[in-house]
Design a binder for this molecule. Structure first.
Ligand code: 5GP
Ligand code: ZN
Length: 137
């Protein structure tokens, strides 16, 4: 897609530090890493996010993400890994080309902080929320 920075990287029009490439998938080091070895895995073809990516492409991306997570543990001596993908700006997506973050973790106080607020009122509503979700399944 024109003007998409990750399409340009996938096409070789922009430079990147590549760690993996095949016909459909590319993995590059994040330019602004949260931790050492923070990698982005993405399809070469443009899809906006995880939710709009066809299953067969999703599978290929996730297989590479799993492999990179395993490698982070073995080669970078990470003690854990966060695999995450943001969908839409409200969820923190800043580049609107589907990508999965593979973030090696070395310590609970390293560069990635994930926190969840206590939303007590949502706990009370669990059965109602479950009904809304299951309606769509
Ligand atoms: P998002 O916020 O969309 O989930 O993540 C986008 C990620 O892409 C960010 O972590 C950001 O540092 C990274 N990023 C943005 N532009 C570039 C770039 O040109 N090259 C590389 N390697 N990473 C980028
Ligand atoms: Zn793109």
């Amino acid at each position: 897609m024109k003007d998409c920075v990750f399409c340009k990287i996938a096409n070789g029009m922009l430079p990147s530090t590549k760690v993996y490439e095949d016909d459909d998938v590319i993995a590059i080091l994040d330019i602004n890493p949260a931790t050492r070895g923070h990698t982005l895995v993405m399809p070469k073809t443009h899809y906006d996010n995880f939710l709009s990516t066809p299953r067969e492409i999703l599978t290929k991306v996730m297989i590479v993400a799993q492999r990179l997570g395993q490698i982070a543990m073995k080669q970078l001596h990470a003690r854990g890994v966060n695999i995450l993908t943001n969908c839409y700006p409200v969820a923190g997506q800043s580049v609107l080309h589907f990508h999965v973050h593979v973030i090696p973790r070395y310590d609970t106080t390293d560069g990635l902080q994930i926190s969840m607020k206590d939303m007590s009122e949502e706990k009370i509503n669990l059965p109602t929320i479950a009904k809304e979700i299951t309606k769509g399944m």
